[in-house]
Ligand binder design. Structure first.
Ligand SMILES: Nc1ncnc2c1ncn2[C@@H]1O[C@H](COP(=O)(O)OP(=O)(O)OP(=O)(O)O)[C@@H](O)[C@H]1O
Ligand SMILES: [Mg+2]
Length: 411
């Protein structure tokens, strides 16, 4: 983690770049100390299309987060997503040969290494291996085998890989912005930690992150990711339809959608008129809200149907009693919760990041869910592995080292 006392999560999305800085306070609670956001350019569906522009957007978001928090950022955890992310299940088995037969952290490392030793396609690179469960001798469903006794340790893991070129370009952008990458984390995993409740993950739930250019789906059962998918659909499609239908700019279409948009006509409660600026025309036109929603509804229906198909494809639809949690910027469209519930026939809620200390109203929208989740994962991991030293604690060690010779001189 370096000498600094904070961690940074970075989400390079199609619509926005979001950087979140967090640290642990004296009570070991996660505290957000800064969030920076910038309009994204040169990114499409989790992949870089323009190095220069994407780098600028990353720098801008980082600078903003630095300004708010007053810290210098040099290292980030980076979220990755999109259709180049693939997942596959694998198993590993080892024998515990020592006489005490007690399973050590080294044994766990060994069995995971064995499970990950399967061929991945040449153009893919492993970015994470998530242990799902352990089996000791014939006892299944073990969550943490360390310290338990047995002669045979087996594990089932989910291996997550990303497209080599897609990852390299993303890394290049972050490096060009002057940052080192501490960790690559699959976006859905990060979002799940800031948005989902523990019970939902345990019981079974589908997390659907509808962004600007893509929709990432992750199904969680018994606390683990069981399925990952990404679809090339998102809120930009809706804005493009609006720009085309109302003959206005993409930028204005975005604004109109956020301000007046609804997912479905029969859910509108504030029918009225909107004024729309035409392209190259000074006169603003009046357009009824219904006409706007008439454009949005069929596209939203299409997106929801595509998501539904993907959930059915996972073959896990029967195993998610907690239903669907929609998040991401595009999930904020008015009326989406009700509309989605009708389409999916399952309980559906819109999920925003759970409250964390220091959170501003800006971070309460779903746009920051991923970068906040990265901070959460990073701090939790650091706490568990003991790499995280709070200010006071680090100083406990340093002076003693530095003063050692001096102390010896005296005594
Ligand atoms: N209040 C709102 N109502 C409707 N749509 C919204 C609202 N706020 C944001 N959006 C839409 O959300 C989308 C951006 O979402 P998000 O910030 O999650 O995307 P991203 O992470 O940058 O992109 P991606 O994950 O697809 O790469 C845009 O299409 C934007 O128009
Ligand atoms: Mg996103």
């Amino acid at each position: 983690m370096g000498k600094n006392n904070f961690v940074v999560g970075l989400d390079v999305g199609t619509s926005k770049v979001s950087a979140c800085i967090g640290q642990l306070n004296d009570n070991d609670q996660i505290q957000i100390i800064g969030i920076g956001q910038a309009v994204s350019e040169g990114v499409k569906q989790g992949m870089i299309t323009d190095l220069e522009r994407a780098t600028k957007a990353v720098s801008k978001a980082i600078e903003e987060a630095e300004k708010i928090s007053g810290v210098d950022i040099s290292e980030v955890s980076l979220g990755v997503g999109g259709s180049h992310i693939k997942s596959q299940h694998s198993r590993g088995v080892i024998a515990i040969s020592r006489t005490d037969k007690e399973i050590t952290p080294k044994d766990v490392e060994r069995v995971i290494d064995q499970a990950r030793a399967i061929p991945v396609p040449l153009e893919q690179e492993v970015i994470d291996v998530l242990p799902q469960r352990y089996i000791i001798d014939d006892q299944d469903g073990i969550v943490d085998p360390i310290g338990m006794s047995g002669i045979r340790l087996e594990t089932e893991v989910l291996i997550i890989s990303g497209g080599v070129a897609a990852i390299q370009n993303m890394v290049k952008v972050v490096n060009k912005a002057g940052l080192r990458i501490k960790d690559l984390v699959v976006g859905s995993l990060a979002v799940s930690s800031s948005v989902l409740l523990k019970d939902e993950k345990e019981l079974g739930v589908a997390l659907v992150d509808i962004g600007g250019g893509k929709t990432d789906i992750a199904v969680f059962i018994e606390g683990n990711i069981r399925y990952l998918g990404s679809l090339p659909v998102g809120g930009e499609l809706i804005s493009k339809d609006i720009a085309f239908g109302l003959r206005t700019s993409f930028k204005e279409a975005e604004e109109i959608k956020k301000e007046y948009g609804w997912a479905k006509r029969d859910l509108i409660t504030n029918a009225g008129e909107i004024s729309v600026t035409g392209i190259g025309r000074r006169e603003a036109r009046k357009v009824p809200v219904e006409a706007l929603v008439e454009i949005i509804e069929p596209r939203m229906e299409e997106i929801l149907n595509i998501i539904n198909k993907e959930i059915q494809k996972s073959n896990l639809a029967e195993l998610i009693p907690s239903g669907l949690i929609l998040t991401g910027g595009a999930s904020q469209l008015r009326g989406l919760e009700q509309y989605a519930e009708q389409v999916f026939g399952m309980p559906t809620r819109i999920g925003a990041p759970q409250e964390m200390l220091g959170m501003s109203s800006q971070s309460q929208n779903s746009g920051a869910a991923l970068s906040m989740g990265l901070v959460q994962l990073s701090l939790q991991e650091a706490m568990e592995s003991g790499h995280y030293y709070k200010k006071g604690k680090t100083k406990l060690f340093e002076p003693i080292e530095r003063w050692k010779h001096w102390l010896e001189d005296i005594f």
